[in-house]
Ligand binder design. Sequence first.
Ligand SMILES: NC(=O)C1=CN([C@@H]2O[C@H](COP(=O)(O)OP(=O)(O)OC[C@H]3O[C@@H](n4cnc5c(N)ncnc54)[C@H](O)[C@@H]3O)[C@@H](O)[C@H]2O)C=CC1
Ligand SMILES: O=C(O)C(=O)COP(=O)(O)O
Length: 533
Amino acid sequence: MPRVLVSDKLSPTAVQIFKDRGVDVDYLPDLGKDKEKLLAVIDQYDGLAIRSATKATEKLINAATKLKVIGRAGIGVDNVDIPAASRKGIIVMNTPFGNSITTAEHAIALMFALARQLPEANASTQAGKWEKNRFMGVEITGKVLGVIGCGNIGSIVATRGVGLKMRVIAFDPFLSEHRAEELGVEKVELDDLLKRADFITLHTPMTDKTKGIINAEAFAKMKNGVRIINCARGGLIVEADLVEALKSGKVGGAAVDVFETEPATENPLFGMENVVATPHLGASTSEAQENVALQVAEQMADYLIKGAVTNAINMPSITAEEAPRLKPFVKLAEVLGAFVGQVTEDPITEVEILFDGATATMNTRALISAALAGLIRPQVADVNMVSAPIMVKERGIIVSEVKRDKSGVFDGYIKLTVKTEKMSRSIAGTCFSDGKPRFIQIKNINLDAEVGQHMLYTTNADTPGMIGLLGTVCGRNGVNIANFHLGRDHPGGDAIALLYLDAPFPEAVIQELKDLNAIQSAKPLTFDVAPAA
Ligand SMILES: NC(=O)C1=CN([C@@H]2O[C@H](COP(=O)(O)OP(=O)(O)OC[C@H]3O[C@@H](n4cnc5c(N)ncnc54)[C@H](O)[C@@H]3O)[C@@H](O)[C@H]2O)C=CC1
Ligand SMILES: O=C(O)C(=O)COP(=O)(O)O
């Protein structure tokens, strides 16, 4: 039974779903804050469910020897070292919509809090001061709201802004004119937004590009008295620069839910006039927390139990419905990759994956990942579908995909072609209704070969007596042949043989084979498939 650790506070719904779905779960909501304790136990778990308090660092990930999936009950995954997880083949998934309305509402709430100085007015009134003249606010209606990052949350904030009769302008390099029009916002460049906005609200993820996007230089371009709201990530604003801009009066008010360092128990912004602070509460409503807990538990259980992949950051999605149909083809793609990966000794520069017929209608991104995993496994033993694409990219291998309608007798097949500086090599395969992968073409020679755990691949000139020669060498060396598959391009031309063996072919016997003049090459192969019955 897979075992999951929940190391941040999550609704009890998550725990119940894990249990109902047959996943063993430990709910230790304070463990995420204790790095050392978490590090000590992480190797016991197949899954880790977190919010923002747990930091899934490279160190933690490297210690997580069994871990297969990290599920973020929320949106931002900046607390997870994604490259480290990918390299270890760990899927990272989030719940991209579950808390977006709630977070957008928090941004709007903070905008009102700033406009009318609600926190200070509340504190003063409850202190018995009745400072009616101190708290002069600004009206929201007609003001320019600048939205930086107009994705899920930003676009909800934008439409709420439009509803409040604000003029909404948005900066987002990925926002289309059409979508902007649909939202009722004006798409602008960042400098224009900084110049025109009365209120600026941030809704981008934290990336290398967005880190510090609001700094002294950006403040200098803003209107005097601008009000800033940050419900995205602390590091988007350079806090020291914000402090200066507040002191100088450039910024009339700042409402921050997120901080450069969290938990923020002390911060230069604390105690400043016109600063409203909340402790990363953007997603904290009962509705949002139910949504994200339910979603993360469903997604993680689906993956651990059925192999379905939803909302993964580092792996193509595979729905629970398609997972059973896709599974044999994932195996096929992997063994095709494994074949070329094992027989190709020179560095591979290009890979082309052709999907013919029914396979072209499948989830080809997942199949490509599987083929790449098979391809690279002879060099990197623990690679999987998550880590393979980055490893292939790191090696500068160009990957391309071709899809086409059914072109031959098979309902569908996959053909993998690799190129090195010196040569090109291809192999095609399909799955029959028994769900087992078959090689159907090697070097453009047709054959029909079941895939065995241990095989021997030989190439030779098509001459009489080859089967006898191979059989004799195998017999002399105690190698039992379970099956024998042959193919040739034309009589007397190039021929290949694939021997399906009960045990690995002894390396020491390879030379004996090569010494037979008729054998051009001989390569023992292993595949990750069930042993011969
Ligand atoms: N305070 C809180 O509790 C919460 C904070 N968040 C934060 O909000 C962020 C945004 O969430 P969503 O809207 O769901 O994400 P999203 O991915 O739907 O939208 C982000 C948008 O930012 C845009 N973007 C990326 N780089 C940009 C750049 N350099 N300049 C301008 N725009 C850029 C993207 O094109 C995208 O449209 C999350 O990444 C997370 O960090 C999310 C939920 C709760
Ligand atoms: O979903 C997000 O990105 C958030 O920032 C919410 O964080 P939390 O789950 O409340 O720690």
